[in-house]
Design a protein around this ligand. Structure first.
Ligand SMILES: [Zn+2]
Length: 131
């Protein structure tokens, strides 16, 4: 999964996206100087009342982008590869990517959340029609 996310130049990846039914996400913000992290069984234990709207895309739905409203700050609890439980709060990109990837684990995609498409609205329309 680490190879996949790096090769795709993605900032995050969840196991269901590569056909694995384990609760594992990768947050890859190496380009912003944050070490890559792999989180097992991640869940949001706290979220802020304040929300922000940011444009998101998804490796699973190429060419589709839109604005998604999410809590600005979240506290995520997860296990490391070594089985240690960690908990951390963030109000930046880790919070954003973390929420996006945790959604994948719970079977939710950005097309369920996008209020306004900035790109690829037609792709989604066709896709939903074919379902
Ligand atoms: Zn995604």
């Amino acid at each position: 999964m680490i190879d996949t996310v790096r090769k795709a130049d993605g900032i995050g990846l969840a196991a269901p996206q590569v056909g694995k039914s384990v609760k594992l996400i990768i947050v890859n913000l190496e380009k912003s100087g944050v070490p890559l992290v792999a989180l097992y069984n991640p869940r949001i234990v706290k979220k802020s009342f304040n929300k922000t709207e940011i444009e998101e895309g998804c490796l699973s739905i190429p060419g589709v982008f839109g604005t998604v409203k999410r809590p600005k700050k979240v506290t995520i609890e997860a296990q490391t590869a070594e089985g240690k439980t960690v908990q951390f709060s963030d109000d930046g990109w880790i919070a954003r990517v973390g929420q996006h990837e945790i959604d994948h684990i719970n079977g939710k995609l950005i097309i369920d959340l996008i209020k306004k498409y900035t790109q690829g609205a037609d792709i989604v329309k066709e896709w939903k029609k074919g379902k």
